[in-house]
Design a protein around this ligand. Sequence first.
Ligand SMILES: *[C@@H]1O[C@H](CO)[C@@H](O)[C@H](O)[C@H]1NC(C)=O
Ligand SMILES: *[C@@H]1O[C@H](CO)[C@@H](O)[C@H](O)[C@H]1NC(C)=O
Ligand SMILES: *[C@@H]1O[C@H](CO)[C@@H](O)[C@H](O)[C@H]1NC(C)=O
Ligand SMILES: *[C@@H]1O[C@H](CO)[C@@H](O)[C@H](O)[C@H]1NC(C)=O
Ligand SMILES: *[C@@H]1O[C@H](CO)[C@@H](O)[C@H](O)[C@H]1NC(C)=O
Ligand SMILES: *[C@@H]1O[C@H](CO)[C@@H](O)[C@H](O)[C@H]1NC(C)=O
Ligand SMILES: *[C@@H]1O[C@H](CO)[C@@H](O)[C@H](O)[C@H]1NC(C)=O
Ligand SMILES: *[C@@H]1O[C@H](CO)[C@@H](O)[C@H](O)[C@H]1NC(C)=O
Ligand SMILES: *[C@@H]1O[C@H](CO)[C@@H](O)[C@H](O)[C@H]1NC(C)=O
Ligand SMILES: *[C@@H]1O[C@H](CO)[C@@H](O)[C@H](O)[C@H]1NC(C)=O
Ligand SMILES: *[C@@H]1O[C@H](CO)[C@@H](O)[C@H](O)[C@H]1NC(C)=O
Ligand SMILES: *[C@@H]1O[C@H](CO)[C@@H](O)[C@H](O)[C@H]1NC(C)=O
Length: 697
Amino acid sequence: MERSMRVVLLLIRFLAAIATITFSFGLCNGNPDWPPLCKDSERQALLMFKQDLKDPANRPSSWVAEEDSDCCSWTGVVCDHITGHIHELHLNSSNSDWYINSFFGGKINPSLLSLKHLNYLDLSNNDFSTTQIPSFFGYMTSLTHLNLGTSEFDGIIPHNLGNLSSLRYLNLSSLYGPSLKVENLQWISGLSLLKHLDLSYVNLSKASDWLQVTNMLPSLVELIMLDCQLDQVAPLPTPNFTSLVVLDLSRTSFYSLMPRWVFSLKNLVSLHISDCGFQGPIPSISQNITSLREIDLSFNYISLDPIPKWLFNQKFLKLSLEQNQLIGQLPSSIQNMTGLTTLNLGGNKFNSTIPEWLYNLNNLESLILSSNAFRGEISSSIGNMTSLVNLHLDNNLLEGKIPNSLEHLCKLKVLDLSENHFTVRRPSEMFESLSRCGPHGIKSLSLRYTNISGPIPMSLGNLSSIEKLDISVNQFDGTFIEVIGQLKMLTDLDISYNSLEGAVSEAFFSNLTKLKHFIANGNSFTWKTSRDWLPPFQLESLQLDSWHLGPEWPMWLQTQTQLTYLSLSGTGISSTIPTWFWNLTSQVKYLNLSYNQLYGEIQNIFVAQYSLVDLSSNRFTGALPIVPTSLWWLDLSNSSFFGSVFHFFCDRTDELKPPYVLDLGNNLLSGKIPDCWMNWQELEVLNLDKVLKIARR
Ligand SMILES: *[C@@H]1O[C@H](CO)[C@@H](O)[C@H](O)[C@H]1NC(C)=O
Ligand SMILES: *[C@@H]1O[C@H](CO)[C@@H](O)[C@H](O)[C@H]1NC(C)=O
Ligand SMILES: *[C@@H]1O[C@H](CO)[C@@H](O)[C@H](O)[C@H]1NC(C)=O
Ligand SMILES: *[C@@H]1O[C@H](CO)[C@@H](O)[C@H](O)[C@H]1NC(C)=O
Ligand SMILES: *[C@@H]1O[C@H](CO)[C@@H](O)[C@H](O)[C@H]1NC(C)=O
Ligand SMILES: *[C@@H]1O[C@H](CO)[C@@H](O)[C@H](O)[C@H]1NC(C)=O
Ligand SMILES: *[C@@H]1O[C@H](CO)[C@@H](O)[C@H](O)[C@H]1NC(C)=O
Ligand SMILES: *[C@@H]1O[C@H](CO)[C@@H](O)[C@H](O)[C@H]1NC(C)=O
Ligand SMILES: *[C@@H]1O[C@H](CO)[C@@H](O)[C@H](O)[C@H]1NC(C)=O
Ligand SMILES: *[C@@H]1O[C@H](CO)[C@@H](O)[C@H](O)[C@H]1NC(C)=O
Ligand SMILES: *[C@@H]1O[C@H](CO)[C@@H](O)[C@H](O)[C@H]1NC(C)=O
Ligand SMILES: *[C@@H]1O[C@H](CO)[C@@H](O)[C@H](O)[C@H]1NC(C)=O
């Protein structure tokens, strides 16, 4: 039986093989497309490599030692079609793997050296922390592409990587600050074919030669060196790396005038020099800028005096001058930049009106004028800017009406008008115009602190695509908020600091299944849900300060396991804290239960590290709780904690830092304050006011 089965199977395989051969011959004109098997020596090399690899998720599970396992079909392995030699290894993880901790780590076995034809090695987004980049990489001379970006290697980059003279792509960037460093960068000059170089967050402070050596790479197209601990950018009379297309030197503390040479790179398309401490005027340059399309000068100290003519180039697509020292009127030359898709002038000191010509830049997709002192009204010509996707006019001195012509902006997704002085007599009109574009309309609307009053209009319910709504710090009043309950896509809702009141019931929340952030403090709502209510959402932040929530503890909180921010101050809760509550708080960063009538003992406070915890002004009794983790702020004042403070101050076994601010004032504590200050070295503010019974030493 078994025997005959095998015969049948063999026969089927044989026929299939013939069919494949015939098929390929037929199609490929006599060139058999037989997938070659991988070389045995290369398979062995991969298996040895795998043995040393830490691989918590067992990801290359297809990498097995079985005789007939073709390593060319293993995950991440690419072989040459004809020779069967391994050409590429794709062993990168993705950032999202962080959650399931499935990064590769461990040791890199030198067996990789047997892959004599390997030209592509991608180990990016892994976690090889505490290991150095193996110096045998310097012998893998067939490599053209080496990506170790965000793989968290430590120590000195082996200079013999400079022997990899075929490299086109080298990525040694990291993400969490400098763990890699170099003694110099001289070795880079061996990489004469290099096109893409990313050294972001590598500590290059000893490589004062960085510019000289990179300038000698004739093929360089992309140079990314964010935050490399450099402090000097030298003048370059004749830049040699004229093939550069992308240059990013952001977050480097140069604190100097802007170098001129960057503007003479004839092929440069994208220039990012934000947050570099550049000061003074933007250099005026004589030659014509022809290739540049994207320029990011944000977060520097530059001024537009004198106005550099070249900067307002017709061909530019993106210009960011965010957070500089720009004052007065918008330079009228901007009107010549008719191709612009992104203009970011936020965080400066412009104090004119928004000039009418700005509304003619109708290719703009993002216009950011936030945090200036723009005054006057928004012109109804804004309705002509039909490409707009993001419009940020927040934190200015704008006044008058919000124009109804916003209804023409059907691509608009984000509108931030917050912190201005508008006169909105009929907010219903504004919501109507914003809802004209239907279900694919606006996603994020902020009207925070815009001086709007009156009841929440019905028309708000028409903003059916809205995900983030902020109408906080206005004078909305009345009891009607049901209309917000219709906004099914809402993830973030902020209605704090208005004059809203009335009951909020289960029905209100029934469609808000995506809600993550609910900020509603500073109103006088009454929470009306039944004891066994199961909310349809999982909240990450909840702020209900000054609501009428009590006197019972809100039992539905038991279902909310993702909370990081919880504030229920002054909500009239008069109960003990249920023990299950501390099972939910391990990721909480901010916890405020002050000004309630909470009573009973608290044994432990379980929250995330570096959190703020305010349990003050309650009626807690018993000994001070144990605080197992380190906090920024702990306020237990104005309660009835009693007894000795010895354990609280002295029983700290964790090696983490204690709170920066500690308030135990106005309790019934007693005994000597023990000398355990070595456990509390980070303490900056300590209040023991009215802790009357503590004996003075
Ligand atoms: C590895 O990187 C490539 C692009 O370089 C990407 O397409 C792929 O999704 C990445 N693999 C993982 C597991 O993230
Ligand atoms: C280098 O790798 C990092 C991490 O994978 C990536 O974010 C970055 O874009 C890469 N740089 C280049 C120039 O490809
Ligand atoms: C590789 O680089 C090292 C250090 O930069 C150098 O001493 C060595 O001679 C190089 N080896 C080859 C084969 O080029
Ligand atoms: C960078 O390296 C220099 C010299 O080795 C060192 O003094 C400095 O502290 C390092 N910077 C950082 C942020 O690690
Ligand atoms: C630029 O390249 C030329 C020839 O390729 C070379 O002679 C010159 O020294 C280089 N200049 C700099 C500043 O590296
Ligand atoms: C710059 O462009 C203008 C007009 O397009 C031209 O007349 C001038 O000669 C150019 N200057 C240089 C230095 O190329
Ligand atoms: C705008 O700012 C400039 C420079 O600070 C000042 O001279 C001018 O009076 C201001 N204009 C207005 C309208 O406030
Ligand atoms: C706009 O460009 C034209 C032609 O290039 C030029 O004559 C004019 O001066 C520019 N306008 C401004 C305000 O810079
Ligand atoms: C919009 O553009 C047209 C022509 O492009 C112009 O006539 C009109 O004044 C602009 N403003 C408004 C509000 O339509
Ligand atoms: C608020 O709006 C009212 C009209 O509704 C107006 O009289 C008042 O000046 C505005 N207040 C501010 C600070 O803009
Ligand atoms: C929830 O959605 C349903 C179906 O669209 C609707 O009938 C109901 O009125 C909505 N509830 C609230 C509170 O808006
Ligand atoms: C809370 O956690 C403890 C152990 O950490 C567990 O024994 C207890 O059952 C949990 N309580 C609830 C209500 O989840």
